[in-house]
Write a protein that binds this ligand. Structure first.
Ligand code: 5GP
Ligand code: ZN
Length: 113
């Protein structure tokens, strides 16, 4: 399959991994938008949040559990961070393998509110 993130999972494209479990991996974004910018992805190829099925519930929960653990590991759990999921073109999605951006390490500008 022609998916950059599936290639990262199988190891044919290198990445700086910061977390790995049975169903989830996380690695540093190649073009960081903040001092900490990590992508958290399911090992299962799910293109977008729109494609999440009922049976994927547990793996979605695992993505958020991984985010909490990585935030602690990176030392930003208390100072704070932001989780973002871009969906399709208007949402700014470029890679069509579900991922959550974990951003932090500085005061982030307000997006909403
Ligand atoms: P999206 O816009 O789809 O939500 O975010 C895709 C993200 O993947 C971007 O922040 C981009 O910098 C990152 N990215 C794209 N290609 C690669 C790659 O080959 N390696 C890594 N580590 N990140 C990538
Ligand atoms: Zn994929």
């Amino acid at each position: 399959m022609d998916c950059i993130f599936c290639k990262i999972i199988e190891g044919s494209i290198p990445s700086t991994k910061v977390f790995e479990s049975e169903n989830v991996i996380a690695f540093k974004d190649i073009q960081p938008a903040a001092p900490v910018h990590i992508l958290i992805i399911p090992k299962k190829h799910i293109p977008t949040m729109n494609d999440v099925a009922e049976e994927d519930g547990p793996v979605i929960a695992e993505l958020f559990a991984a985010a909490r653990e990585i935030a602690k590991q990176q030392g930003i759990a208390e100072s704070g961070y932001r989780l973002i999921n871009n969906v399709n073109s208007d949402g700014g999605q470029v890679v069509y393998h579900l991922h959550i951006h974990l951003l932090g390490g500085e005061k982030l500008g307000a997006l909403v509110g």
